[in-house]
Design a protein around this ligand. Sequence first.
Ligand SMILES: Nc1ncnc2c1ncn2[C@@H]1O[C@H](COP(=O)(O)OP(=O)(O)OP(=O)(O)O)[C@@H](O)[C@H]1O
Length: 440
Amino acid sequence: MLLAGAGLSQFIPGDFAAESVWPDSVAVAFPYIQKFILHAFDFNLTEYCTAVLRRQHLPGEALRGTSRSAPWYIRYFSMTVKIPISDESYQDVLNWVRERQVKNAKHSDVGDRNQACPISGSTRACTNFIPEIRASQFWFRGRQFEIDQRVADSTDCMLVSTTGHGSNAIFKDMLVEVKKYKEIKNEGKTVIYNGNSGYWHCGKGGRKRKRPLESVILEDGVAESFLEDIQDFKDSAKWYTEFGIPYRRGYLLHGPPGTGKTSFISALAGHFDLNVCILNLGQKNLTDKSLNQMFLDAPENSVILLEDVDAVFGNRAEDKSKNGILSFNGLLNAIDGAASAKGRILFMTTSYLEKLDSALIRPGRVDVKQYIGNATESQVERMFRRFNTACSDEDAKRFVRAIFDRPERPHISLAQLQGLFLRFKRKPADIFSGLATLYE
Ligand SMILES: Nc1ncnc2c1ncn2[C@@H]1O[C@H](COP(=O)(O)OP(=O)(O)OP(=O)(O)O)[C@@H](O)[C@H]1O
């Protein structure tokens, strides 16, 4: 079977899926037969079948159903599901298997002491024993499974197989379990996917504690208007269908660097329980086709974020991106591509609105444009109070005046201010002495 799409029920039968000749009773008894053979003869059926199946998946055939040329005993004794790397569940299955194995892995790699543990996400220095997963086994509901990422010597799909015969219910159960595991793991977190080599990856550090919206200090009313707009969009699926309008919404945040554009998008995603899929348009090998596919393959419940779009297509005269592969029209086509039934939310950010081609930001591609500027008096005061919870009103006002009553009145970003607060986090009363550094 080939698992298609992110849904759990979308199994596409392999070549010989209909050839079930065994009664259900045999299917039920199979795990016991399998265990008996393992213990009595020390012969691992699952491993053997997977090894044979792997050889069947010759280069170029990786995504086709299991070949009919597999020997009959393999066809009857094994069940497989192939999960394409583009499928959302690919990484989830790997993480789930790792977690099951980590306590007692026989073949492990010693994890990097200074990197976040891929299982716990903890960044504490530790010696992690990470199960070697490229070809390994695990048990689920009394059956042994083998997982193999080396199918066809390529990495574009993995094969999960088990011995036995019957319906694909066991795989569905497994994927339900994987989904539950993922939900627990992601609770209270915003999952960040990075688009790379044509796929969405959620690597180490890809799960971040949700950023509270209040922690992003914007001009009055901005956050509220976005909350309202996105909520309205989420509630309007029927309206879009009735009027034949593609169910998607585009937002552009523009303004100087360090003013909170990315932080705001991340906080909004957290508020609406959405993932963030970040795509760097300047990356090598990104083609019109792969960009389009990535838009279509974005994990469910995600916002797609294109940061600093001006850096790639800043000059109207340029049709090709700097790496010369992705074209401007390719980008427009991807943005205009099919929207999913759940709706697609696209965010773009730029520090140079004037550099953007009007075609990129016309209504339909960008529905809401919002300027996010340098700190205003109100923002400075709110940030001061946030970092100095014990401060008096008088201190807060004095701090604001100390910044804004200077003759040169610099443009200060909230990122600069945050830096100042961090420097004085242990002695907030001394912060006035550090103000001069804002003007350097
Ligand atoms: N309005 C804000 N409220 C709270 N924190 C902010 C704000 N603006 C910036 N920061 C802080 O400054 C840092 C940089 O912010 P962020 O990356 O969101 O800015 P940006 O506008 O996206 O910058 P760039 O355009 O350079 O990508 C973050 O650590 C963030 O916490």
